[in-house]
Design a protein around this ligand. Sequence first.
Ligand SMILES: [Mg+2]
Length: 222
Amino acid sequence: MDRFRHINTWVFDLDNTLYDAETGVFARVGDRMTNFIVEILKISPEEANALRKEYWKKYGTSMRGLMVEHKIDPYHFLDRVHDVDITDVPQCPITKEYLDRLPGKKIIFTNAPRPFATRMTKHLGIDHHFDHVFTIEDADFLPKPNVDTYHTVIKKFNFEPKHACMFEDTAVNLKPASDLGMTTVWFHGKNQSSEEHHHPHIHHKAGKLADWLQHTVGPRRK
Ligand SMILES: [Mg+2]
């Protein structure tokens, strides 16, 4: 915990960070996005998939690309694609217990919409741990890694970036955090060979949040 002693604000991504990528929830949302694009733009699923990835890379979220290039209504889109079953997502006993032992303010900073963030954190049994939840609606639909949105979060919750630590599975989202002076932790999942392992904006890394918590926060003092 020594290397995190100066931290009083903990900023968490939601998807594939507060729950594991292996749950497949994000893939379900992705499938619904593809179907939505097929329907709206009248293209094949293959083309829709390629477009989704292209926009995700270029705009931070596929939705942002659809808003900018095709004028889609973000609320309509978000409602449709996040209407997924999450009942099989398991709760993580380590995350549930250890989050409490991080001293300071805890914030969720997600590109997901508010109804989904609320439903998911309740389902995971961790909603009571967080002081604030900042969702894509709060960002005026300008997703991470757009630096303006990081400034909005910092201003809104009034914290010092140099005393904040951000957790993410999407490495590129840690670049603005690091540039602004935050400490960063990247969760690489099973992705052991990625070049992102060596990026200077990745200060610490772990397989997943439960690993980091167990390793860094350590066992409960008797
Ligand atoms: Mg994520």
